[in-house]
Ligand binder design. Structure first.
Ligand SMILES: Cc1cc2nc3c(=O)[nH]c(=O)nc-3n(C[C@H](O)[C@H](O)[C@H](O)COP(=O)(O)OP(=O)(O)OC[C@H]3O[C@@H](n4cnc5c(N)ncnc54)[C@H](O)[C@@H]3O)c2cc1C
Length: 408
């Protein structure tokens, strides 16, 4: 009998298992994948997430030889903002490590902490007691052996298509349909030393940043109705988006060598799921997913793993009622602290900024101090309600001599 079974061993599951095991808990961590292995992602980790990796003692292993990023250029149609934030939580660079590197380091950290790790193991069923409380899992090893394991709590850290959420009957709320699709790949020989996240006219986007092995990840995004047409000539269309959104970078890409196939994905919808129920909880994308535009998925998964670990540690030695209350409080905290970013992400991922946000970004682009503050907003270090506070915007517009199109 385990204290906790964690299903899914990437950004959310491995840190949770590590933290519980470090606190002396008996933890089983399972994943149908084996590690190192890849998953669909563009890898960018915010400073707040990197600070957690540092605090956990796994930062160096988690980023490997990924190139540090200390200069970023973002554009929205005709606005272009270049610079970087001040250090956040003591972190003065961002990284975008391949998931083959990051996730393997996280699994290793969980194992070193004392969690029992079972790779190539797929969970197929939940085990319930007579009162409908989750008390375990049934799963299948890669060799086809079916086994049952019992625990006080089963945690689904099993991603957007969470089996645990489905089997537990977790409800979904604040659902917002996805806006875009993405194509991305890895390129050698690009001379770009910084990060680009550029949104052009005509509802399309490109992103490019360095990762491990001296390679760059390059991604393009368009609205979902254009997916079928894009797919019909994906290589030419990939180059076309880069040429149209960033004419200054298109030639570099033509000269570079693509070292992996183009990876397409229709983004999943944005949602929250009920974070817990009797004997179960969800963490990471299993419980909360939003468009990758603002690059918060990985850092959120780390932070929520920490929050869920605290809730579990406070409740595991108590009765079911107290434990369930602690898990509900974790869910309420998750929803409250992400609400602002969630709404902002769902808005900006439409690739057409409302005028008031466009004005605020336009004015920010005109002065170094405000550019730095803009990058703090993007990193999640400055909350939206502070950045967009009317009195702050008025002061900024006055100082940079900007006439907003919308009354500030
Ligand atoms: C195209 C794209 C680009 C992105 N780019 C970024 C970015 O640049 N920065 C950022 O911060 N976020 C990004 N994200 C989001 C980020 O990838 C996720 O938020 C993050 O991976 C969530 O981690 P997780 O551990 O919750 O889930 P996942 O990474 O999805 O891991 C879930 C794990 O559960 C396992 N699993 C699933 N079902 C079972 C089962 N039944 N039994 C056993 N194991 C199971 C899977 O094998 C998998 O290993 C992006 C997402 C997408 C789709």
């Amino acid at each position: 009998m385990y204290d906790v079974i964690v299903v899914g061993a990437r950004c959310a599951g491995s840190p949770l298992a590590m933290l519980l095991a470090r606190a002396g808990r008996r933890v089983l961590l399972v994943d149908r994948a084996t590690f190192p292995s890849d998953t669909v992602s563009t890898h960018f980790i915010q400073q707040t997430g990197l600070a957690l990796l540092r605090d956990w003692g796994v930062l160096a292993a988690a980023v490997g030889d990924a190139t540090p990023i200390r200069y970023m250029t973002l554009s929205f149609k005709d606005i272009r903002i270049s610079g970087f934030s001040d250090p956040i939580d003591g972190i003065d660079a961002v990284y975008a490590p391949r998931r083959t590197v990051l996730d393997a380091a996280l699994v290793e950290a969980a194992q070193s902490a004392g969690a029992e790790v079972r790779q190539g193991y797929s969970v197929e069923e939940l085990v319930f007691d007579d009162e409908g409380r989750v008390v375990g899992i049934r799963g299948r090893s890669a060799a086809g052996t079916v086994s049952e394991e019992r625990a006080r709590v089963v945690v689904g850290a099993d991603g957007a298509n969470s089996t645990i959420a489905r089997l537990a009957g977790a409800t979904t709320y604040n659902h917002v349909p996805a806006s875009c699709f993405i194509y991305y790949s890895y390129f050698a020989g690009l001379p770009w030393s910084s990060f680009h996240h550029r949104t052009g006219h005509d509802e399309q986007q490109m992103g490019a940043w360095p990762t491990n092995d001296g390679l760059h990840l390059v991604a393009v995004m368009r609205k979902r109705p254009r997916f079928r047409a894009f797919r019909a000539a994906d290589e030419a269309n990939f180059q076309e988006v880069v040429d149209q959104v960033t004419p200054d970078l298109g030639d570099d890409l033509r000269q570079a060598e693509r070292v992996a196939p183009l990876q397409p994905m229709l983004y999943p919808d944005n949602y929250y799921r009920q974070a817990s129920g009797p004997g179960w909880a969800l963490v990471g994308d299993a419980g909360y997913y939003k468009d990758p535009y603002t690059g918060n998925g990985i850092a959120d998964a780390f932070r929520h793993a920490g929050m869920l670990s605290s809730a579990l540690l406070s409740g595991l030695d108590t009765d079911d009622q107290v434990l369930d209350t602690a898990l509900r409080a974790y869910g309420a905290h998750r929803d409250e602290e992400t609400a602002e970013t969630y709404n902002f992400t769902c808005t900006i991922s439409e690739l057409d900024l409302p005028s008031d946000i466009y004005d605020a970004f336009d004015a920010s682009s005109r002065h170094e101090r405000y550019r730095t503050e803009f990058f703090r907003l993007l990193a999640g270090a400055t909350p939206g309600h502070e950045f967009f506070a009317p009195e702050r915007l008025e002061r900024m517009y006055r100082e940079v001599g900007f006439q907003p199109t919308v009354g500030a």
